[in-house]
Write a new protein. Structure first.
Length: 595
């Protein structure tokens, strides 16, 4: 078994863990971060992409609101290149409670969030696709932020300062001597062996999985996994973030992210943070509710749907007061979005471990600062925190611009070199990323946005797999390091298809099936060793004659029947919301609290 030695081991490579790593690095403390997978594959890769102004929490959760507006300002400065400065708006519809608007503006003022009331004409000038009738609109400094860009920059900065970050090294246990942890046992997935990392301190930043890591160390942490489903539309629809001016509830926010819009979200407690399944009914509800603010969304093309688990935490005192958490299946919007640092010395008699739980992506830097401010004096470190002022690499380029990638392609004259036309990813970018150590196509997706666009990797997947092969052919060391390209292709495509299963209908479902059939057939993805045309299309033929799925009504116009194809895709006619019977559509607005 190989071993490493450091001062602090940070568990979890989401935004919180990498922010802790960077904070330690800036204070000169040697540290190693480990994640069970690629960085940003937990909740930090499964969220809306909203740089909160805090306005969403201004009425019910002002502590979180204040944290958000402070960090909104800091991230705009230190991580400008990952921020899209699109602004945000809260719109009051005729069906909303006008009293909420008053509470909202008062809450924003009390929390220090700049808020400006807009006339209907001003609101429509900013957002031309808004509903015809709105009662009021308020502008706030919301923004968009790219979490993978943020994570990459923080890891790069921390590594440049001597720290180390290891992907695909899940923590599988701890070595303990009396009241101290002496080493963290990780499993190196690439090498297929366990490694020990000797250390003086452990920081548990495993988000929704913090309870499981706590269990391995023998400390109880009661996390509440709050699943949220989000829907990706095939274009942006809005110029800035559009929120409903009401208590946070399902389908009340539209966030423009790169070329798409993300609609959100549900908030339901699930027993397992790895439960990221999506119910088609949630997709319908999200689209219907967001279409009340921007009607054209109701007739738009849904690209995919996905879900993530909020790392929510209630202190034991609060749990006792309200008789426990929301309960499995319960709404988790009442749980505060603020964060808590757990010192396991005073709490559990484990002298050298801290956990950090709760919070928002927007507040990750502040979370790290609070934790390291408690940890540093115990290590004898007096260097103050500088993460709020030290720019991340790339931040001096200013805000991310939507047209930036196109400008780069034009400047480089690289049109003929595109691997992914939707996201404007070039062959050189793919080659450079592989040469820099990226081995999985899935990681290329997070690094370069490969496969995110309207074709959902139909055209780029095989080209990127080809680049992996070329690299392996040219370099014997790389060949040993790189995974079987066909396996990488299959994992990459499975992830794309998974997001489409509960979200696409009609002709789009047929197109997705055809893409699958082509890929499975040409690349023999099921490794049968032969091209099985009859088998490939058997599922499709079976689906053609299948009865309508139990959760899908036949369209009211008597057109194309609902279809279930090989139990993979559930479809009905194109223009789903428009063609569904009125009684089947979500009309009531669920009560809510915090999103
Ligand atoms: C639906 C939804 C929408 C959201 N929208 C927003 C928003 O718009 N704005 C905002 O600011 N926040 C938003 N959030 C909240 C935000 O995404 C999270 O608070 C944040 O990403 C949590 O980051 P984290 O680093 O604490 O957790 P994670 O990103 O989950 O990181 C934890 C890491 O620990 C790793 N890990 C787990 N077990 C182990 C182990 N045994 N060994 C090693 N590693 C392990 C995981 O792989 C993971 O990478 C949203 C959350 C959800 C669910």
């Amino acid at each position: 078994m190989t071993s490493l030695e450091t001062q602090v081991v940070v568990v979890g490579g989401g935004v919180t863990g990498v922010a802790v790593l960077r904070d330690l690095a800036l204070r000169g403390v040697p540290a190693i971060l480990v994640d069970r997978s690629d960085f940003g594959t937990g909740t930090s890769g499964r969220w809306h992409g909203l740089l909160h102004s805090g306005a969403r929490y201004a009425v019910r959760d002002q502590e979180s609101a204040r944290e958000c507006i402070q960090e909104n300002t800091v991230l705009r400065r230190i991580a400008a290149h990952t921020v899209e400065d699109v602004g945000g708006m809260f719109v009051l519809l005729p069906s909303d409670d006008p009293a909420y608007a008053k509470q909202f503006t008062a809450g924003c003022e009390q929390s220090g969030i700049p808020v400006e009331e807009l006339t209907a004409a001003e609101a429509r000038q900013r957002e031309p696709l808004l509903a015809d009738r709105i009662e009021a609109a308020f502008a706030v400094p919301d923004g968009g932020i790219d979490s993978w860009g943020l994570i990459r920059s923080m890891v790069a900065d921390a590594e440049a300062r001597g720290c180390l970050a290891l992907q695909r090294h899940p923590v599988v246990g701890f070595e303990r001597d009396g009241d101290r942890l002496t080493a963290v046992r990780v499993h190196d997935k690439a090498a297929g062996e366990d490694r020990l990392i000797g250390c003086q301190w452990v920081v548990n930043a495993a988000g929704a999985w913090a309870g499981r890591v706590g269990e391995l160390a023998g400390v109880p942490i009661h996390m509440i996994a709050g699943k949220g489903v989000m829907v990706v539309m095939a274009s942006r629809y809005v110029r800035g973030v559009v929120n409903a001016c009401r208590k946070p509830a399902d389908g009340d926010i539209i966030v423009p992210q790169h070329e798409v819009a993300i609609l959100g979200t549900t908030s339901v407690q699930v027993p397992d943070p790895d439960d990221i399944s999506v119910d088609p009914a949630d997709v319908d509800r999200m689209v219907d509710m967001c279409a009340q603010m921007v009607p054209s969304i109701g007739h738009g093309r849904v690209l995919r749907a996905f879900a993530g688990s909020r790392p929510l935490y209630k202190p034991p005192s609060q749990q006792a007061q309200d008789g426990g958490a929301a309960g499995s299946g319960g709404d988790t919007r009442e749980v505060s979005r603020t964060f808590t640092v757990l010192d396991h010395a005073s709490r559990d008699g484990l002298a050298n471990m801290f956990s950090i739980v709760g919070g928002k992506l927007t507040t990750c830097r502040q979370m790290a600062e609070h934790l390291v401010d408690q940890l540093a004096p115990r290590m004898g470190v007096t260097t103050p925190c500088t993460t709020a002022t030290e720019l991340l690499p790339g931040a001096d380029h200013g805000y991310h611009q939507l047209a930036g990638p196109l400008a780069r392609i034009e400047a480089e004259g690289a049109y003929g070199e595109l691997v992914c036309e939707c996201e404007l990813v070039t062959r050189d970018q793919v080659r450079d990323a592989i040469a820099a150590g990226v081995t999985e196509l899935e990681d290329l997706r997070r690094a370069l946005r490969l496969g995110y666009g309207p074709c959902q990797a139909a055209f780029c997947a095989w080209r990127a797999a080809g680049a992996l092969c070329e690299h392996a052919d040219a370099d014997a060391d790389a060949e040993a390091r790189l995974p079987d390209p066909r396996g990488a292709l299959e994992r990459f495509l499975q992830e794309r298809w998974r997001g489409q299963v509960s979200a696409v209908w009609g002709d789009q479902a047929r197109q997705t099936l055809l893409n699958q059939a082509i890929y499975r057939g040409i690349f023999d993805l099921e490794a049968t060793g032969e091209y099985d045309e009859a088998g490939l299309f058997a599922g499709l033929a079976a689906g053609e004659s299948a009865a309508p799925g139990p959760d899908r009504a036949a369209p009211a116009d008597g057109g194309d029947p609902s279809r279930r194809v090989g139990d993979e895709l559930v479809g009905e006619s194109e223009g789903r919301a428009a063609s569904r019977p009125a009684e089947g559509r979500a009309t009531s607005r669920p009560a809510g609290g915090t999103a």
